[in-house]
Design a protein around this ligand. Structure first.
Ligand code: ADP
Length: 149
């Protein structure tokens, strides 16, 4: 079984990292797919985000790629069985529920959800960016954060 874990990962936090570590036992391959979404302005440079994520995993079952367009189209291209997503709270659930149901309706591809580890559930990429922009330390939230800058 193969799963695609899509996201902006701007940056890839300890929360994302834990989801991948926990999910890998259920899949033969996880593709961490960094979306290049035209409507979202990214903060950390794409090549640094790629290098950063590469530094976190030493497992040939975990592959890193970038994509444009719909996650379901990427899944079809890679012949992936599931979309992997992390859920932090009810807000994530409400948002993810609609996307997952629409993706399923369009293609029959299911979404595999894991609840965030409790101690990581407050970590949010956009807050991490704000901390960084204002000169704060992000290493508590992002492993190997030095690679991003
Ligand atoms: P997007 O741009 O699609 O919102 P993100 O990069 O913010 O992507 O997140 C990708 C996935 O990781 C989403 O399923 C999101 O809910 C999940 N996620 C974000 N932060 C955490 C966290 N702290 N713990 C676990 N999962 C998380």
């Amino acid at each position: 079984m193969k799963a695609v874990f899509p996201g902006s990962f701007d940056p890839f936090t300890k929360g994302h990292e834990a989801i991948v570590h926990r999910a890998i036992k259920y899949f033969d391959t996880i593709y961490i797919a960094i979306g290049e979404n035209s409507s979202k302005l990214n903060f950390f440079e794409l090549d640094k985000r790629i290098k950063h994520i590469q530094s976190l995993f030493d497992d040939e079952k975990i592959k890193i790629l970038t994509f444009k367009g719909l996650t379901v189209d990427l899944c079809r291209e890679l012949e992936a069985d599931f979309i992997l997503r992390g859920l932090r709270d009810g807000k994530d659930f409400e948002f993810e529920k609609s996307i997952a149901q629409m993706n399923y309706k369009m293609t029959g591809i299911d979404t595999f959800f894991l609840l965030t580890n409790e101690e990581l559930s407050s970590i949010n990429s956009s807050i991490v960016r704000e901390i960084y922009k204002n000169g704060g330390k992000i290493s508590d939230f992002v492993t190997n954060s030095h690679i991003l800058v």
